[in-house]
Design a protein around this ligand. Structure first.
Ligand code: FAD
Length: 472
């Protein structure tokens, strides 16, 4: 074991340590004792076994975009997969094998050259590793499902350092858990095999209204969503009032004319827009175009906080008034992207191929983001996000585990909902010693006190009891 290669090790003594230790969000930076850059699954397995033998705490990192810095830690080891970023498309272009460190922008660009894509998220620097394990929502979700729903197989290094092939026939429970159960919990995913979808030109649109119409536009949008065609993918951007506008971006794998007619039922019930643009562009251009639809600054901030609650139903007038008030009071680069879900595609894909991601029935989610540069503003912005989440909680049905959760207080249930008890079982089976852990990870068992603190519903408690995962 001692002679096994674990990859390139960077420590504080190395000139590139500062660069190597950095995560994306300046708010959460750590000083690990080592960053180990692995180049294949064998090195990942060896690095993990070494951590265990030497009793070193470790975290796993692919793209480093964990909003709460969960992919790094002080004094421990970061097992980094960012250099495992290969892309290999099969001969007929129907499946692609991506290294966990492959970044979305590169994936979109390279796949587009072959006329295909995978339905991922909006940030080009986010890596497939953390994104696919947590869900992965983006431009094409309503049409093609979540990124994780395109995964047909994974290679996973388990807690013993064994390399597993994980798919519907091999380790099916782990396969289920790794699709929506989150990164850093069940094992280290070294590569993902994904089903691709053909793509060429797409219709895109940007429609803006005066901020004065905030409430009417939002209400019309949320009422239109459940009836809207799943070919339409939309994001309604609700910024802080000082931006002066609200805006909606839309993308469909159709011409602009078809997109326009698919959006007509919404346009019939919203106030008259200030501006409505439609065009037909290559998908890869649309993806870059979408990123700066509202304000490129939103994507370049170095200090960042974001929460993402889900809603199973529309907000009532009180909820809409609250949403409007929160944005009227918001400062800086505060922006809520209302992501339209409500697509039968999510549930249809899950029928034959269930995933742990628990929000497939949601009507919409709010991707609430703020970026800033001055550390002295951290507290104010985090308090605003915490207030947003707390005030909205009566209306929400859950939260996205790939975002911050300032009010979580150990309440993991909103992240996992009906999947929670089974995820604890899978965790116990594959990682009984809780080798993979961080403050918001799934434990291999719970005490009755934990269950109470987490405010677990009775159904989860009885499922945990039945599986022996709840100790008194
Ligand atoms: C600017 C920005 C934009 C975003 N946009 C979207 C979006 O459009 N859609 C969306 O769904 N999400 C989005 N996210 C959230 C994103 O999905 C998560 O931050 C995701 O976890 C990032 O993955 P990563 O590999 O880059 O991060 P990392 O920090 O490397 O990892 C995130 C978590 O996963 C674990 N992990 C990472 N790699 C592995 C692996 N190979 N095996 C096991 N565990 C692993 C880490 O330990 C950590 O807990 C965005 C985040 C940011 C910061």
């Amino acid at each position: 074991m001692t002679n096994e290669s674990i990859g390139r090790v960077v420590t504080a003594a190395d000139p590139d340590y500062d660069e190597a230790r950095k995560g994306w969000n300046e708010c959460y930076q750590s000083n690990p004792r080592e960053i180990v850059f692995c180049s294949d699954a064998g090195e990942v397995a060896a690095a993990l076994r070494r951590c265990r033998e030497q009793q070193l705490l470790f975290r796993v990192r692919s793209g480093g975009h964990s909003l709460e810095g969960y992919s790094s830690l002080d004094d421990g080891v970061v097992i980094d997969l960012s250099e495992m970023n290969s892309l290999s498309l099969n001969a007929d272009g129907t499946e692609v094998v991506l290294g966990a460190g492959a970044r979305l922008g590169d994936v979109y660009r390279m796949l587009f050259e072959s006329g295909v894509t995978v339905p991922g998220g909006t940030c080009p620097r986010v890596a497939v590793g953390g994104l696919a394990l947590g869900g992965g929502m983006g431009y094409l979700s309503r049409t093609c499902g979540l990124l994780t729903q395109s995964v047909v197989a994974m290679e996973v290094v388990d807690a013993t350092g064994t390399i597993l092939t994980v798919d519907k026939d091999n380790h099916p429970d782990l396969f289920w858990a790794c699709r929506g159960g989150g990164g850093g919990i069940f094992g280290i995913a070294t590569s993902f095999t994904l089903r691709t979808t053909p793509v060429s030109d797409v219709g895109i649109s940007k429609i803006t209204w005066s901020w004065d119409h905030f409430a009417e536009v939002f209400d019309a949008y949320q009422r239109w969503l459940p009836t809207s065609d799943s070919r339409v993918n939309t994001m309604l951007a609700l910024p802080a009032q000082h931006y002066g506008i609200v805006a909606m971006s839309a993308l469909s794998m159709t011409t602009q004319e078809e997109l326009e007619s698919l959006l007509q039922p919404l346009l019939d019930i919203v106030p008259a827009p200030q501006e409505a643009q439609f065009s037909t562009v290559p998908y890869v251009d649309a993806v870059s175009h979408e990123s700066d639809l509202l304000d490129p600054q939103v994507y370049t901030g170095i200090r960042f906080g974001a929460v993402q609650p889900y809603f199973d139903g529309p907000l009532d007038p009180g909820g809409i008034a609250l949403l409007r008030r929160l944005h009227a009071e918001a400062r800086g680069n505060t922006m809520t992207f209302v992501l339209g879900a409500a697509s039968e595609v999510f549930t249809r894909l899950a029928e034959g191929d269930p995933v742990a991601y628990p929000h497939l029935d949601a009507l919409m989610s709010f991707d609430v983001r703020i970026d800033w540069t001055d550390a002295s503003e951290d507290q104010g912005y985090f308090e605003w996000l915490a207030e947003f989440e707390r005030d909205m909680r009566p209306y929400t049905s859950g939260t996205y585990l790939n975002y911050n959760d300032f009010n979580i207080d150990g309440r993991l249930y909103p992240r996992y909902r009906e999947s929670f008890a089974r995820l604890v079982e899978v965790k116990h089976h594959y990682d009984p010693e809780n080798v993979f852990s961080f403050p918001a990870s799934i434990p291999p068992s719970l005490t009755a006190d934990d269950a109470q603190r987490m405010e677990l519903p009775a159904s989860a408690i009885s499922a945990l009891r039945a599986s022996g995962r709840l100790t008194e």
